[in-house]
Design a protein around this ligand. Structure first.
Ligand code: CUK
Ligand code: CUA
Ligand code: CA
Length: 642
């Protein structure tokens, strides 16, 4: 049995608490939040005890014994670490950390010339940015499900979108978005490719959370009424920005429809507030819908402006310019209050916005939104077909494909399972409709929750992962900074079962759970993929051109192709290294003492680094990655002559 069974099944026990939260209530809730570790301790023990019971009574299905593989990949953002992680599901093992917007010496990310070109450099050669904040990661789609080709992730800090290859799980492109700050929500287009040459998702959508002056060049800083937010569409193939759409209010999360007609973003700051009190002054905010085809037609017809130095076409999606539904580019569906999260149900019918400061979830019927765009629905609000009370602080919702929704309740520290059809019936007036089906404690304060394959047309309703923002007492204490908790729930039955806790380095936000058979990774690169590869022993040379020296090196266990290379103090040195080993998993490293050079080359891969040889002496370049019985002996001398 699970811990929640001993409790009232309804997550919001005290109906008196089921009110919208005002400023004072929110301050109280914040206080309550710090105290929740103590107030929930009896519940914790029950949950912990039940987890132990579950394990001892043998849930073999969750166990991934030594030598066996997980059945899912969890591809997870890493928040202000700037990276992306891959975990196995259900084991929770961390399988890979993918540097994206951060620096990573293991891989050499931010150190090699190739990674620096992807991240972007300034005219003086410095990296343009070396930090980022990843929140939302989504994959490329075909036939409504993942095809495993690409994954896109946002950088909230520096308004960028990165693409990660599904075959190597390495970042291959990063685009900085113009005219926006706080690039938060991100979702890929789910429609089937129209262009046969680009056989995958063709668009990626991104929402901006922060209002800024447009252009943000210092002229309107004291006129917040002139600040604005833009919704951005990128070309998934070139990663160029296709267009932007200016809106009223701000944006948070992004969702896309399965037919490709609509994209949407929840808005918590329709007040255009500068301070948080202003941002929570209205009882309703909105979910703004974008009519993708009309926006692209407007761009084609030249109905756009540009902002500042940016050449990106910007269409006007503000309310005043879109009063006629039949030509409108945008539709603002009112929902309560400072909503967080918008999630698409796998049947393609609904988007669900969680209320955050309202204990409700708003179910928006996409057919009705389309009806509004056709001029056949009186008010955008009429597209809301259910608004169940689910509990306090609802943030994100996931689906099991059996008609149930699972919403994270940040303030209640629970996951609530509710019936979408039940909620719709209740909204229509059926007082007996069963809406809330189950609730379970999580530890603590869940942010995102996501289900196995839940953001595809192939949801399998097996696992729900709760990404919790506080772990408090769940792990051995390691100082003031606690690790976060990811908790895995079995959702195959009527009742949810907590089956696993695992740690997550701060701070994961969103993730997707992808069936393992969809991901097809490569073990070995192709030498010919790299135009600068050092292909033969004869090509392994030292070329000098003035004070520029190019050392072309190969690695093959247990040696580099040259035992030593001489340069002069002050030379600008480039080392290109091609790994000639063809054995799976046989990676070599390359480190140069005192020069901040540290990177790896995978089988048949080529990478390069460039540095000024400003320190004379002998520097043992050594293999940093344990590769061979003679790994320690695998080294060459860099001789910098005075
Ligand atoms: S936001 Cu993090 S818990 Cu950036 Cu998706 Cu909701
Ligand atoms: Cu090559 Cu270690
Ligand atoms: Ca608001």
């Amino acid at each position: 049995m699970s811990g929640n069974e001993t409790k009232d099944i309804h997550p919001a026990i005290d109906p008196g608490r089921r009110k919208f939260l005002g400023t004072t209530a929110m301050a109280g809730a914040a206080l309550g939040l710090t105290a929740c570790g103590a107030s929930q301790s009896s519940g914790d023990k029950a949950a912990a005890g039940s987890a132990a019971t579950a394990a001892s009574s043998g849930h073999d299905a969750y166990e991934v014994p030594p030598g066996k593989l997980d059945s899912y990949y969890i591809i997870s953002s890493g928040g202000h670490s700037g990276e992306v992680r891959i975990l196995g599901c259900p084991s929770g093992r961390t399988i890979k950390r993918i540097p994206v917007f951060n620096i990573d010496p293991m891989l050499g990310w931010g150190i090699t010339n190739e990674s620096r070109a992807i991240i972007g450099t300034r005219p003086d050669g410095q990296l343009k940015y070396w930090t980022g904040d990843t929140h939302h990661i989504h994959g490329s789609y075909k036939d409504g499900t993942y095809d495993g080709k690409y994954f896109w992730v946002n950088d909230k800090l520096n308004a960028r979108v990165a693409r990660i290859r599904g075959d190597t799980f390495e970042t291959d492109k990063i685009t900085e978005l113009p005219n926006v700050q706080g690039q938060h929500g991100l979702f890929s287009d789910k429609r089937d490719p129209v262009d046969a040459a680009i056989n995958y998702t063709t668009r990626v959508f991104a929402g901006a959370e922060f209002h800024i002056p447009l252009p943000n060049d210092g002229r309107d800083e004291e006129s917040p009424d002139k600040y604005g937010c833009l919704f951005t569409c990128l070309d998934a193939n070139s990663m160029d920005v296709r267009w932007q759409c200016r809106i009223d209010g701000n944006m948070d999360l992004v969702a896309t429809s399965y037919d490709g007609k609509l994209a949407a973003s929840n808005q918590y700051n329709t007040e255009n507030g500068i301070h948080y009190e202003d941002m929570m002054s209205a009882e309703q905010d909105a979910c703004v819908f974008f009519h993708v085809a009309r926006i692209e037609a407007a761009v084609k017809a030249g109905k756009f402006t540009t902002i500042g130095d940016s050449k990106v076409p910007v269409v006007d999606g503000r309310k005043e310019a879109n009063a006629d539904p039949k030509t409108a580019l945008t539709c603002y569906v009112p929902v309560p209050k400072n909503p967080h999260g918008v999630n698409a149900s796998p049947d393609g019918k609904y988007f669900v916005c969680s209320g955050k400061l309202s204990p409700t979830c708003s179910v928006i019927d996409l057919a009705l939104v389309n009806k509004w765009f056709d001029g056949e629905l009186a008010k955008p609000r009429d597209a809301v077909v259910a608004e169940p009370n689910v509990g306090l602080g609802p943030l994100h919702t996931a689906f099991d494909g059996r008609g149930n929704a699972y919403t994270t309740l940040f303030l209640d520290s629970k996951i609530v399972k509710w019936s979408v059809d039940g909620a719709i019936a209740q909204f229509k007036g059926d007082a007996k409709a069963k809406v809330i089906i189950d609730a379970i404690d999580v530890h603590y304060q869940p942010g995102h929750g996501f289900t196995s394959m839940g953001e595809t047309k192939e949801p399998d309703g097996k696992f729900f992962n709760s990404g919790n923002k506080f772990s408090k007492d769940r792990f051995l204490p390691v100082g003031p900074l606690h690790v976060e908790t990811e908790q895995l729930l079995d959702i195959t039955g009527e009742k949810m079962k907590l089956i696993h806790d695992h740690t997550a380095y701060p701070e994961p936000h969103d993730a997707i759970i992808v069936r393992a058979d969809i991901i097809k990774t490569r073990q070995i690169y192709d030498l010919n993929e790299f135009p600068n590869a050092v292909k033969t022993k004869e090509e392994s040379t030292i070329e000098r051109n003035g004070n520029k020296v190019h050392i072309r090196l190969m690695s093959q266990a247990p040696a580099y192709s040259m035992r030593e290379f001489k340069v002069k103090k002050g030379d600008l040195v480039t080392i290109t290294l091609t790994n000639h080993d063809k054995v799976e998993d046989l990676t070599h490293g390359f480190g140069i003492p005192k020069y901040n050079i540290n990177f790896v080359v995978n089988p048949q891969e080529t990478k390069s680094v460039t540095f000024v040889a400003d320190k004379p002496g002998i520097f043992w370049c050594y293999c940093t990655h344990f590769c061979h019985a003679l790994h320690l002996e695998m080294r060459s001398r860099l001789i910098v002559e005075a």
